[in-house]
Design a protein around this ligand. Structure first.
Ligand code: ADP
Ligand code: MG
Ligand code: MG
Length: 578
């Protein structure tokens, strides 16, 4: 096959530059200049794409949409185009992911530290107290978790003034959107697809049609039966050489060709996002470590869950890789996990669960090897004693918990604040360079026992965020409410202040974005929060997995304080490295 470079069509005021290879590359888009008709077409095509590729959530206007899969689906809110993000900060966020994983593991082992740090909070916060009670019970019986699995997401905002990448929080329970965020990266990569050049191929005589993105195919050096496909828009995949490869390839090409015209972004600058593959792989490896072939992975779910498709993606990936995206479809030829999952609520686990004398967890008579929590992080998940009993039962069992009670507690905001104190990281980590890297990501964090900071926060409340020990979005206090609450707490003089921490408010840069929600595209000023997933798995002294696992970019209108997608504040996005 020869080499063919297809000329570029371009809309709007896009800055152009000529690269050494003579291929046109685009830098950042001037949103004001983009042709309105093109936007409408892109929105339409993106909505079709979401529907065909499972980038969906339950529609809140349909009553059964949180209970019955396939009923009342709507596309997940998304940004039409990726958000610019500096490469150096992206690299830093990836580099610190395994260090944070290790930190959480070390902190989780220090039961005394966790209990003491939260001892005041325990008195005023019934939910935290419930978690700590289970934790104490485990300490009393000297419960050891030999196989420990963490599926975390460390969230950051890039502070515009200081240009520092500052950690908002680190989620150790129910880190959501690994299933959907990788789809958004695919959507963006495909809508940004540029040109297509076949450099070399030994899979046949098929000629690329004009207008496809760049594709290079390298024969695998060590085998006649393997090829390395290297796509600019994708990482390298290994596959077997057979007729089916051609079929996979053709299908992908038709996706890339969604846009005959394009807006001229370079898809290579959107980092690959294998979040769902990586999380599934870590869960599968935990299942393997547990080493009971008939055992299941149990997903602990809320009775109603409109974000169920995010979870189902992970379960589908665990069972069988779905050939919907290129990476998965190619690797499925070599590799399936074949791990079965069941979904249970805490109330169901209370009814159906039991522990055998050897510690085996049975639910409905089925052995559970890994408990994966997508519920149990909020007080509303525990409406009665039954749910707390279920949580305790699972914790007492020998099943792998993702997360264990100590991992969950290690991820609370109070512990985040404690770890930001001087010399605290040194207590848990050895490597000085790594410690320095983590510390650089810490924003100002204070306990409400610090009277100087209370005074400052009352004077300038807009510079702080007041946070309770809660997860899931919508719980924080901002602006004038910070002052009102601090003054009230001071007056009351109770211990209620121990329920909160104070955090430096981060101010990310504002930029114009197209946000698509319920089929409607809004152009608005927006800010973004980058989450980097991390998986950690160890069995006794052996660390089996410790890696960065893709990312979640969330973009919200700049006038909104909170940033949750499920909570209705933000849209799913991806990043465009600048
Ligand atoms: P949750 O566990 O409920 O997600 P977060 O700490 O992530 O709690 O806070 C929720 C949202 O509030 C974040 O996604 C972000 O949009 C906003 N937020 C949190 N902390 C800060 C901060 N220090 N500065 C600016 N915004 C913040
Ligand atoms: Mg959180
Ligand atoms: Mg958060």
């Amino acid at each position: 096959l020869g080499t063919k470079t297809v000329p570029f069509k371009c809309f709007g005021k896009v800055k152009e530059m000529e690269t050494q290879e003579g291929i046109l590359q685009k830098t950042l888009i001037d949103f004001h200049g983009i042709d309105e008709k093109l936007i409408q077409k892109m929105v339409y095509d993106a909505l079709v794409w979401c529907s065909l590729h499972g980038l969906v959530v339950g529609d809140k206007s349909v009553q059964r949409s949180g209970k019955v899969p396939g009923v009342g689906l709507v596309h997940a809110p998304f940004a039409l185009l990726p958000m610019a993000f500096p490469k150096s900060h992206w690299n830093l966020a990836c580099e610190v992911a395994p260090i944070f994983n290790e930190l959480i593991d070390r902190v989780s082992l220090d039961g005394k530290f966790l209990q003491e740090a939260l001892s005041r909070t325990k008195k005023v916060d019934a939910f935290t107290s419930g978690l700590l009670d289970i934790h104490s019970k485990m300490l009393e019986i000297n419960k050891k978790e030999e196989i420990r699995l963490g599926l975390h997401r460390s969230d950051y905002m890039l502070d515009e003034k200081t240009k520092l990448l500052l950690q908002v929080e680190l989620n150790t329970i129910s880190s959501s959107f690994a299933g959907l965020s990788c789809r958004v990266s695919e959507l963006h990569r495909e809508s940004c697809a540029t040109e297509f050049t076949v450099v070399k191929s030994n899979i046949g005589t098929r000629r690329p049609e004009a207008g496809f993105p760049t594709l290079s195919i390298h024969p695998h050096p060590s085998s006649d039966f393997e090829l390395h496909y290297s796509f600019p828009a994708y990482d390298i995949c290994v596959l077997q050489s057979s007729k089916s490869n051609d079929a996979v390839l053709c299908r992908h090409l038709s996706l890339l060709n969604y846009y005959g015209e394009h807006i001229g972004l370079d898809p290579r600058r959107i980092p690959g996002n294998a979040s769902v593959d990586k999380f599934a792989e870590a869960l599968a490896k935990a299942w393997t470590e547990y080493n009971r072939p008939r055992a299941l992975v149990m997903v602990v779910v809320q009775p109603e869950e409109r974000n169920m498709y995010d979870q189902h993606w992970l379960c589908a990936e665990l069972k069988d890789r779905y050939p919907f995206n290129l990476l998965s479809s190619l690797s499925c030829l070599c590799n399936t996990h074949n791990v079965t999952t069941i979904r249970k609520t805490l109330a169901e686990i209370d009814e159906e669960g039991e522990i055998l004398p050897d510690g085996t967890l049975l639910v409905g008579g089925q052995e559970i090897s890994v408990v994966y929590f997508r519920a149990g992080y909020a007080p509303t998940d525990y409406p009665s004693e039954a749910e707390w009993r279920a949580r305790l039962l699972m914790e007492q069992s020998s099943a792998v918990k993702c997360p264990s009670i100590s991992y969950q507690i290690a991820g609370t905001k109070k512990i985040q604040q404690e770890l930001a104190k001087p010399n605290m990281l040194e207590r848990f980590l050895d490597n000085k360079e790594e410690i320095a890297k983590l510390r650089k990501c810490f924003a100002g964090l204070w306990s409400l026992e610090d009277s100087d900071i209370i005074k400052k926060a009352i004077e300038r409340p807009e510079l702080f965020v007041m946070k309770p020990q809660r997860e899931g979005g919508g719980n924080n206090i901002y602006d004038d409410d910070v002052r009102t609450n601090l003054v009230r707490l001071q007056k009351e003089g109770t211990q209620e202040d121990a329920a909160y921490i104070l955090m430096q408010r981060i101010f990310p840069a504002v930029s114009l974005t197209f946000l698509v929600r319920e089929g409607i595209c809004h152009k608005d000023h927006a800010v973004s929060e980058l989450g980097v997933y991390g998986a950690y798995l160890r069995n006794k002294e052996k660390v089996i997995v410790n890696e960065q696992c893709g990312y979640l970019m969330r973009t919200k209108v700049s006038s909104s304080n909170e940033g949750g997608v499920a909570a209705g504040f933000a849209v799913l996005d991806s990043i465009y490295l600048s």
